[in-house]
Unconditional design. Structure first.
Length: 175
């Protein structure tokens, strides 16, 4: 069992909520009220802890990664540790999709649901890949925003509520 702590941090795409334990991150996502209507990016916004709860301090590796992603992306290094209780080494299809996305689709690249299915070793599983991507608890770190439709459309990010965020993230990665 993990002892979970959480923090809210500011970022250029709005406040992020980050949950973690001593073993690594459990989740990272935008605060729920952020959607296409309320999304106002601020590229100058720094990564700052707004509040924290729990006994464990937020991993510095996470804060450093977020700062680098938004402000010095050419210097991105190793991703923060992800808790093995969330993304284990077992053969779960969903976790395999997350690991494949994390390890094979790099900053500034995109892939399609079908290509990602093929990378996972199951070329006919594009819809299942879409489900796994939708369930990704590690926004930005496991880059589900880099998965697009085969016709070039961006698809639906955050249940259709975050397509402006996805557009901004893809544009940010093309700079």
């Amino acid at each position: 069992m993990c002892e979970i702590s959480s923090s809210i941090c500011s970022s250029p795409i709005g406040d992020l909520t980050i949950s973690y334990c001593r073993k690594g991150l459990h989740s990272i996502s935008q605060i729920s009220p952020i959607n296409d209507q309320s999304f106002i990016p601020d590229e100058k916004q720094t990564i700052e802890i707004q509040s924290s709860s729990g006994k464990i301090p937020i991993p510095e590796s996470c804060l450093n990664w977020l700062h680098t992603y938004f402000h010095s992306p050419n210097h991105l290094t190793k991703t923060p540790e992800l808790c093995p209780n969330i993304i284990s080494k077992n053969d779960s299809f969903q976790e395999n999709v997350w690991r494949t996305l994390l390890n094979n689709v790099h900053f500034g690249q995109t892939t399609t649901y079908g290509q990602l299915a093929e990378l996972t070793g199951n070329k006919n599983a594009a819809r299942a890949v879409g489900t796994a991507v939708h369930r990704n608890p590690f926004q930005l770190i496991v880059p589900c925003h880099r998965v697009i439709r085969s016709n070039g459309d961006i698809g639906n990010y955050a249940g259709k509520e975050g397509n402006n965020v996805k557009h901004w993230l893809l544009k940010h990665e093309q700079k």
